[in-house]
Ligand binder design. Sequence first.
Ligand SMILES: O=P(O)(O)OC[C@H]1O[C@H](O[C@H]2O[C@H](CO)[C@@H](O)[C@H](O)[C@H]2O)[C@H](O)[C@@H](O)[C@@H]1O
Length: 270
Amino acid sequence: MDRREAAVAVTTSLPEPLVAALDELSRVRRLLVALDFDGTLAPEVDSPENARALPAARDAVLRLRATAGTRVALVSGRALRSLIHVAQVPDDVLLVGSHGIELRLDDPAARIALDTAELERVDVLQEVLSQVADTIDDVWLETKPAGFALHTRLATEENSRLAHLVALREATAELDDLTIREGKNVLEFAVRSTTKGEAVEHLRRYTAADAVLFAGDDVTDEDAFAALQPGDLGLKSGPGETLAAFRVPGPPEVAQALAALADFRERPAS
Ligand SMILES: O=P(O)(O)OC[C@H]1O[C@H](O[C@H]2O[C@H](CO)[C@@H](O)[C@H](O)[C@H]2O)[C@H](O)[C@@H](O)[C@@H]1O
C-alpha cells in the first residue's frame, strides 16, 4: 500500500466532516498542532509514570513535526519533568507542563522560578495535602513545581469523595487564591494560575501560526478549546461536554486524525 492508499484507508474510519476539516486545516502555511497528552495521545493507566503515547500517535506527531511550516506542541497538566519522561519527543516539540505554568520552547534550559512567597505557599500546600494522602487509603500525592495533584484513581468512590472534600476544605482554610482544578480521578492545587487556554494563545503568538489544531480529553482542556478561533480545529477525545467542534472516541482515533493531517500536510503543493 503506498502513502496515498494508506491515507484513504486511515481517513475512511474517521467521520467525513472531520476529514474535510483536517484537509482544509492542512492547507495553511504555518500550522500549530497542540496536543494534550493523557487521554488524548496516551490511554489512561493507573501509574502516571507508565503512560505512553500510542505508537500510532507518536508516529503521527513525528511525521507532523517534519512537515514544512508545522510546529507540534504538547500541552499537559503534568509537571514538565514528568511530561518529558513519558512523551519522549525530540527537543523541537514544544512542551507546556503544569497546565501552562511551565514552558519548554526552543530554549531547553528555560524553567519556571517561583518567588519566595510562592515557595512558602507550596510548602503549606504540601503539608496539608500530604496529611490527606497519608490518612486515606489509595490516595496519593504527585508533586509539581507549583503545586500538587491528589490522585484518587485507585481509591473507592467513598474515599475519593472524602479525599476531595477534606483536601479542598483544609487547603482553602490555609491558603487564599489557590488554583484548583478537577480532572479524571485527580484534584489539582497550584499556587500560580495559568490555563491551557493561555498556553495555546502564547504558543499561537510564539509560532506565528495561521491556524491551530488542539486535541484534548479532560475538563482542563476546555480552556484551550475556548481559546480557538475561526479557522482552528478543536478535537475532543472521548465523552464529556465540550466546546470542540469535533469528537472521536479516544486515543486510537486521535492518532488516526493526526496521521490523516500528516498525510494531507505531506501532500505536494499543486
Ligand atoms: O493534561 P494531561 O496531559 O491530560 O494531564 C492530566 C493529568 O494526567 C495525569 O493524570 C491522569 O493520567 C494518569 C495516567 O493515565 C491517571 O493515572 C490519572 O488518574 C489521570 O488523572 C498526571 O498524573 C496529572 O499530573 C496530570 O495533570
